[in-house]
Design a protein around this ligand. Sequence first.
Ligand code: ADE
Length: 242
Amino acid sequence: MKYHVLTLFPEMIEQGLNTSIIGRAIEKEIIELNTVDIRDYSVNKHKKVDDYPYGGGAGMVMQAEPVYRAYQSIAGTTQKDKKPRVVFLTPQGRVFNQSIAKELAAEEELIFLCGHYEGIDERVLEMIVTDNLSIGDYVLTGGELAAMVVIDAVSRLVPGVLNNDVSAEIESFHDNLLEYPQYTRPEEFEGRKVPEVLLSGHHQKIEQWRRMQSIQRTATRRPDLIKDASLTEKEKKELGLN
Ligand code: ADE
């Protein structure tokens, strides 16, 4: 997977992603991260990339030309047969979730565009953006943190990024159920014991217990998800869900 990030703050993206699991995947060349500094494509001798909004109003707007030139600088390097999707991070976009992460993980190359100030000149957005994505209903100071969230969630679905491929599937949101609680040594901590069943060595009972924990957790913590989980009739009855 190759990511290109068009941004005014490339060091923020690089520092944010060059650590831990994603950093290791970059080192192992399973994923590739190319940041493009939009300021390098300024057409102004002072390297200015923003200007006042036509029609007036507060704040500055990022100009179309530096963004377009930054985009063109990578458009020439991407695979010839397929134009990569261009994801613009904006609170006006589709709200990002695990199924969008899966969809994006199937791509070979992705371009992210991060805005700042009061926005980007609409004309360049019309020309290059294929997907508008939001990471939630709140407003950030720029698109960089949002791009990092999306890149992190997509990358862990790329084969080889996690050490064990099973865990990417079993974790929260697989089949719309939250993860069951986990415990490790010691058996007792501040008077709190690890649930007996987990020490029993009885694999089938452990599986059943974990599944019920997942279902109960989802029903209480995220009732909005439970309707899309595939539960057996017996499970629904036990939870009083029908
Ligand atoms: N830029 C500013 N706020 C954002 C949000 N909530 N999601 C994505 N990009 C953003």
